[in-house]
Design a protein around this ligand. Structure first.
Ligand SMILES: Cc1cc2nc3c(=O)[nH]c(=O)nc-3n(C[C@H](O)[C@H](O)[C@H](O)COP(=O)(O)OP(=O)(O)OC[C@H]3O[C@@H](n4cnc5c(N)ncnc54)[C@H](O)[C@@H]3O)c2cc1C
Length: 351
């Protein structure tokens, strides 16, 4: 089949690679590949730590995508030697004070009730795993199944892999689906999809993110993802193999696309509360990206007509859900029944 994919963020790129690997002729259209949310994301693959109360329809999607991630990484490695930053060292979640500890324990009960594996640790045990953690913490849990990729590396590798798999890149900004060639079209242009498909209710949910470099004498400051609650505010630190750390992320719907001083200040302060030696790191960059949010926080993934599949609205989980989006997106394009029930993701549900 001849297939046009609109958008070269993580969702469009993984869909394109999967479809090309299945023998289709694929063109990806994007004037600025990998410049959207995927450029700013932390890259945590966190089906357990990202659990939010009462979002039950999301859990099986996140779990399935986490299970399929090694296949997506292997598919990428089949076509490129470039690194993806995929790491399976697990995640610690820590609590700054006793109220945060209560929150952590309630969340752990909720996660356990949904069949997720979360191990309670003493602060001493957590500090044995990560000596840079503050001794003043109130509690900790370990989540072995929450992993990470480095999104900027991963999208660069995906572009290279797509080229090796004979995917064509076109620098066109698509203004109308009618203008596209192809037997099938995949609409995967993040927030821009609502301009192409009527009835998609997408909104930008901004997040500020920081990047620092760990000085040589402290490297590696952390060896796994550390997430935490500080006075009930969430913050995370993601160590990378290149010696940098990503710190994120605020959540705001103020329409401001530049990193905000208040958000950056708060993130930095909270992260230092958890890992005091962060103060000695080199500051590299502050950025802000827009998560493509939907009214119910579930993606839009499904067929809307005989020629068009929509795959967007992945909100705060698009890096994790890319494995699901790519596999089920390809199944939808080929008009097969998707490997998992996608009825909660119907792109027409808010029309
Ligand atoms: C601060 C922050 C932290 C995050 N952390 C995580 C995390 O740790 N884990 C996780 O799973 N998720 C995370 N996310 C969410 C994740 O980044 C997104 O859900 C995901 O990147 C969405 O990917 P996408 O390909 O749909 O969209 P995007 O990455 O936004 O890509 C859309 C692409 O479409 C192109 N485009 C737009 N309009 C058109 C058009 N008309 N024609 C052609 N091309 C077009 C754009 O140029 C862009 O390249 C985070 C997001 C943010 C902002």
């Amino acid at each position: 089949m001849i297939i046009s994919v609109v958008g070269a963020g993580i969702i469009g790129l993984t869909a394109a690679l999967t479809l090309a690997d299945r023998g289709h002729t694929v063109t990806v259209h994007d004037p600025a590949p990998a410049s959207g949310a995927s450029h700013h994301a932390g890259g945590m693959l966190a089906p357990t730590a990202e659990v939010v109360y009462k979002q039950d329809p999301l859990f099986p999607l996140m779990r399935a995508s986490a299970e399929w991630y090694p296949d997506l990484i292997a598919l990428t490695a089949k076509y490129t030697d470039l690194p993806t930053g995929y790491r399976t060292d697990g995640t610690l979640v820590v609590a700054r004070d006793t109220a945060d500890k209560t929150h952590l324990e309630e969340l752990r009960d909720y996660q356990s009730r949904h069949g997720m594996e979360v191990d309670k640790l003493t602060v001493r045990q957590a500090r044995k795993l990560e000596p840079a953690l503050s001794p003043a913490l109130a509690g900790a849990v370990a989540i072995g199944g929450d992993h990470q990729v480095q999104p900027r590396l991963f999208t660069r590798a995906l572009i290279d892999a797509c080229r090796s798999a004979n995917v064509t890149f076109s620098p066109n900004r698509i203004e109308s689906l009618d203008a596209l060639d192809g037997d099938q079209v995949v609409v995967a242009n993040g927030l821009g999809a609502s301009q192409l498909v009527a009835g998609l209710d997408l909104r930008p949910v901004y997040g500020d993110v920081l990047h620092v470099r760990v000085p040589q004498h402290q490297y590696p400051l952390l060896t796994r993802v550390v997430r935490g609650f500080v006075e009930d505010r969430p913050v995370y630190l993601i160590p990378r193999e290149d010696g940098t750390l990503t710190i994120g992320a605020s959540t705001r719907e103020d329409g401001r696309d530049q990193p905000q001083v208040q958000g950056i200040h708060q993130l930095m302060r909270d992260a230092i509360e958890l890992v005091p030696a962060l103060e000695e790191c080199d500051f590299i960059e502050a950025t802000a990206g827009a998560r493509p949010g939907t009214p119910d926080d579930l993606p839009y993934l499904g067929r809307i007509d005989d020629r068009t599949v929509v795959s967007t609205g992945y909100f705060r989980h698009g890096i994790l859900l890319a494995a699901l989006g790519a596999r089920c997106g390809a199944e939808l394009v080929e008009k097969h029944t998707p490997a998992i029930d996608l009825s909660a993701c119907d792109p027409r549900r808010h029309t």
